[in-house]
Design a protein around this ligand. Structure first.
Ligand code: CP3
Length: 342
């Protein structure tokens, strides 16, 4: 396993081919996923180890990707400590009592890993047994992205309430992000201790911030999460969308691999962050809907950009969309493996 191309690429070592996986590879693009999930609410499905194991394995079987990603959600630890929230289909996370003041903060109590996340330990252990030499990616939500749901009360385009708190009540904002950093660090540790061999910190919405605001208000908390798992021997991937201007800071926060969306070519991203980091990405998810010759040309371009970096893990620039054709994703995996074989 430590010798897998996935972990070798993350450590910037030579590989036999460029490894590939897809963010959100487990999910609604797969008919076999829709079948086993039918009638079971999202957050409940995350608490059933047998179901989690089956859903995590589905894309590995189907696509032949180089890694599995644990089926869960960035909101699961909040639910586990008793925050009243739901994941509403086609909407996203919805919070019953959004955090707007110091009293709202009390909902985010400290995590008791064994009591609160026993179902995660059980699922990860079961999965690692079934996966054999295929690495399992554990993950968690970065403090800013999770806070944006907690403060807004649900998905948001402009993050105005989040930014209003960040600028108008910076002490409250810092206290919230500090609690969320501890929570996500605990979630990641549970997954690593149970056998995950790499972790990804998702800061999906952090591209809404300027580098100055990121550095001042957010980066210390993401650094806290990544530092908390630094000594555990697993590579740390740090990902966000629209982060062209933030890439050097996201690397410096404590990443080993930096996730890059489709807006910045991988070799340029690597130039911005320096030679001490591998990169992950970055096919525009919308290109998956284009005719195959277009997809093929773009995949080859990305492999060529990636070959100029110290380590490349192929991925989409953001997640799989429910409308994607799974057969096209399989073909992309085959092409990445074939075209990058050395
Ligand atoms: O396959 C995988 O990548 C593993 C599982 C995974 C899920 N969520 C399962 C899920 C991962 C890594 C996540 C992370 C996550 N969750 C992020 C960061 C990744 C990103 O896309 O930026 C965010 C922002 C969330 C919060 C969240 N959960 C959203 C915005 C949604 C989508 C709502 C919708 O229905 O469109 C969810 C729900 C969710 N999480 C689904 C899945 C498979 C879909 C729900 C369903 O199948 O019923």
């Amino acid at each position: 396993m430590q010798d897998s191309d996935f972990l070798r690429a993350a450590r910037r070592e030579p590989v036999s081919h460029t490894p590939v996986w897809f963010m959100r590879q487990a999910g609604r693009a797969l008919p076999e996923y829709r079948k086993v999930r039918a009638g079971i609410p999202m957050l409940e499905s995350c608490t059933r180890p047998d179901l989690v194991t089956e859903i995590t394995l589905q894309p590995v079987r189907r696509y032949g990707v180089d890694a599995a990603v644990f089926f869960s959600d960035i909101m699961v630890p909040l639910k586990a400590i008793g925050v009243d929230l739901e994941i509403v289909p086609d909407v996203g996370p919805v919070i019953a009592n959004p955090v707007r003041d110091a009293s709202g903060l009390e909902q985010v109590r400290p995590l008791d890993p064994e009591a609160d996340l026993g179902f995660v330990t059980e699922a990860v252990r079961q999965l690692v047994g079934e996966l054999g030499a295929t690495p399992l990616i554990g993950f968690g939500g970065a403090p800013f992205t999770v806070a944006s749901y907690l403060i807004e009360g649900g998905p948001s385009k402009n993050h105005e309430k989040t930014k209003a708190m960040m600028h108008g009540a910076p002490e409250l904002f810092a206290a919230l992000l500090d609690r969320l950093a501890d929570l996500t660090a605990g979630f990641l540790k549970v997954q690593i201790e149970a056998g995950a061999s790499v972790v990804q910190l998702f800061d999906s919405w952090v591209g809404a911030l300027s580098p100055r605001d990121y550095q001042r208000y957010v980066m210390p908390h993401s650094t806290k999460v990544l530092d908390a798992v630094a000594g555990l021997g697993v590579p740390r991937i740090h990902f966000g969308v629209g982060t062209g201007e933030l890439l050097p800071l996201m690397a410096a926060a404590g990443a080993d691999v930096v996730g890059v969306d489709w807006r910045v070519p991988l070799d340029e991203a690597s130039r911005r962050i320096g030679p001490e980091f591998a990169v992950q990405g970055n096919l525009d998810p919308a290109v998956v809907f284009a005719p195959w010759p277009v997809i093929e040309a773009r995949v080859r371009e990305i492999l060529a950009d990636g070959a100029k970096t110290p380590g490349h893990i192929f991925n989409l620039g953001h997640g799989v969309l429910p409308e994607m054709d799974p057969d096209v994703l399989t073909r992309i995996v085959e092409l990445v493996h074939e075209a990058s074989a050395r």
